[in-house]
Design a protein around this ligand. Structure first.
Ligand code: LLP
Length: 434
C-alpha cells in the first residue's frame, strides 16, 4: 500500500482513498476531474496546533500569520482568520482577496520586494497594520506617499539575518545572495531603522525575517530568533525605540513522501520561546510579541488533486507514461523544482503499489510531468489518480498554459463537500480578450 501520512486521509471499506470521510471516487464523479480537494478539518487542526503552541510556550504573546501565497482565496482567508491567524499578502491581488473576505487591514501583513506605488497606496487606504518594508527605496517611497495622504504607515523591516535554510543543511553567512530584505551584517538593516525615525510618514513597529521553506529542523529558527533579538536590542539601546514585535517568518516542512521527516510544529515555538526568554533576560529586554508566518504547513497536507487516468504508454525498458487530464498548468511544481509527490490510484488504494509510472500531463511540453518513476497501483484508463500534499503552491501557482482551464477547488469537512472556487469556463478564458 502507498504510505498515507495526512490525518485527513484514509482508505475506506471500499478500498478507496477518502479525505475527511468523503470518498474521493464519489467526489471525482460529482465534480469531475481534475479537482483540487482541501480538507477544512485538517487546515483547522494545523491552525489550532500553531495557536495552541503560542499559548503553551509563549503566554499567547503573539500569533501565527497565514502566508496566503500558499493558497489564496476568500474562503481560505475566512477559515484561517476564524482560527485567530493574521494574514500575510505579497501583492495587491492577495491583499484585495483578503479584504474582500472581510479581513480587517489591521490583521494584514504586507510583504514584497518590489511593491508598486499603487500597491502601497492601496495598503495605506485600507489601513494595513504592518507593511513589511524590504529596502531603502521602498522606505523612502512609502514615507512620501503616507505623508502626502497625511497617514502614518505602520512598518516592519525585512531583514536578511545571515541564515540560509533553503537546503537540508542550513548555513550561517554574513552575506546572503537574496533579492529580499535589508542586510544585517553590514549594518544596512540598522541604518534603515534609524532612517525610519526621520520620516514622519512611517512608524517602525517590528522586524521580520524569513530563512527558507520546507525546513525540517528547528535549529535554524532558533539561530534566527537570537540574531534578530540582537538587532531588536541594538534598536532599543542606540535609538531608544522599543519595538512591538519580531516576525520570524515561515518555512516549516511537510510530508510530500515517506522520506520527509520533520519535527511537530509546536516544537518550533517551544524551542524559539526558550531562546527568546533566555536572551531577553540576558539583555534586560521585555519579551517582544512574536509572529511566525507559515504557509505550506497550514495547507499543504490538507490538499490532494484528483485526476482521471487517460492513455498509458509503456515504452519498453524506458518508462511507463500514465497520462492524466491535468498537468503543469494546475501543478507546475515538478516541472519547476522536480518536487517529490506521493501518487496513488484512489479507487485501488488498498492494493500494493507495484507499477512504476511516470505521470504525464496534457500540455504540449515533454517536461510536463507530475512525477517520474513513482510506484502506484497498476493503472487502467478511467482510474482516478490522487496526488497528495497539493494544498500549498498548486492552485496558487496554476496558469492557463495551452488555454487549459483552472480546475475547481472543493472544501471537505466531516463527510460533506462544497465548492469554494468554481472551475473556469471557456468564457472565462475570453473575458479580457478584445
Ligand atoms: N513568509 C515569507 C516572507 C515568505 O517568502 C514565505 C514563502 C512564507 C512566509 C511562507 O513559507 P512556507 O511556510 O510556505 O514555506 N513556490 C515554492 C515555495 C515558495 C515560498 C516562498 N516564500 C514551492 O512551491 O515550493
Amino acid at each position: 500500500m502507498v504510505y498515507i501520512y495526512s490525518p485527513c486521509l484514509k482508505v475506506n471499506e471500499k478500498g478507496h482513498l477518502s479525505i475527511s470521510d468523503c470518498d474521493t471516487i464519489d467526489l471525482a464523479q460529482q465534480y469531475g476531474t481534475p479537482l483540487y480537494v482541501m480538507s477544512e478539518d485538517e487546515i483547522r487542526r494545523v491552525c489550532r496546533s500553531y495557536v495552541e503552541s503560542f499559548q503553551e510556550f509563549y503566554g499567547g504573546n503573539g500569533r501565527p500569520i497565514y502566508a496566503s501565497k500558499a493558497f489564496c482565496c476568500k474562503e481560505m482567508c475566512r477559515i484561517v482568520s476564524s482560527e485567530g491567524l493574521d494574514i500575510e499578502v505579497v501583492s495587491g491581488g492577495e491583499l484585495y482577496t483578503a479584504l474582500k473576505a472581510g479581513i480587517s487591514g489591521a490583521n494584514i501583513h504586507f510583504q514584497g520586494n518590489n511593491k508598486s506605488t499603487a500597491e502601497l497606496e492601496f495598503a495605506l487606504e485600507n489601513n494595513v497594520g504592518d507593511i513589511v518594508v524590504d529596502n531603502f527605496s521602498e522606505l523612502e517611497q512609502l514615507g512620501k506617499i503616507a505623508a502626502e495622504k497625511e497617514k502614518v504607515a505602520l512598518i516592519s523591516l525585512r531583514v536578511k539575518p545571515g541564515i540560509d535554510a533553503h537546503t537540508h543543511e542550513f548555513i550561517r553567512t554574513g552575506q546572503i545572495d537574496s533579492k529580499f530584505g535589508l542586510d544585517l551584517a553590514s549594518g544596512e538593516a540598522f541604518q534603515a531603522a534609524k532612517h525610519s525615525l526621520e520620516l514622519p510618514g512611517v512608524k517602525l513597529i517590528g522586524l521580520h525575517c524569513h530563512i527558507g521553506s520546507q525546513i525540517m529542523e528547528k535549529l535554524p529558527f532558533v539561530h534566527a530568533a537570537e540574531v534578530m533579538l540582537n538587532l531588536y536590542n541594538q534598536i532599543k539601546q542606540e535609538l531608544g525605540v522599543e519595538l512591538d514585535h519580531l516576525n520570524l517568518g515561515g518555512g516549516f516542512g511537510i510530508h510530500y513522501t515517506e522520506k520527509d521527516d520533520f519535527i511537530p510544529y509546536h516544537e518550533y515555538m517551544k524551542a524559539v520561546s526558550a531562546v527568546i526568554h533566555e536572551k531577553c533576560t540576558e539583555l534586560g529586554l521585555s519579551l517582544p510579541k512574536i509572529y511566525i508566518e507559515p504557509g505550506r504547513s497550514i495547507v499543504g497536507e490538507s490538499g490532494i488533486t484528483l485526476y482521471t487516468v487517460g492513455n498509458i504508454r509503456e515504452i519498453l525498458q524506458v518508462r511507463n507514461y500514465v497520462a492524466i487530464d491535468g498537468g503543469m498548468f494546475e501543478n507546475p511544481r515538478y516541472a519547476l523544482y522536480q518536487s517529490d509527490y506521493t501518487c496513488l490510484i484512489a479507487n485501488k488504494a488498498a492494493q500494493p503499489a507495484a507499477y512504476t509510472a511516470t505521470i504525464a500531463g496534457k500540455c504540449c511540453e515533454s517536461g510536463d510531468l507530475i512525477q517520474e518513476h513513482t510506484l502506484i497501483q497498476p493503472p487502467e484508463e478511467g482510474d482516478i489518480l490522487a496526488v497528495l500534499s497539493t494544498g500549498a503552491y498548486n492552485y496558487s501557482m496554476a496558469s492557463n498554459y495551452n488555454r487549459n482551464l483552472r480546475p475547481p477547488c472543493i472544501m471537505v469537512s466531516h463527510g460533506q463537500s462544497r465548492v469554494i472556487i468554481k472551475g473556469e469556463t471557456y468564457e472565462d478564458l475570453l473575458r479580457n480578450d478584445i
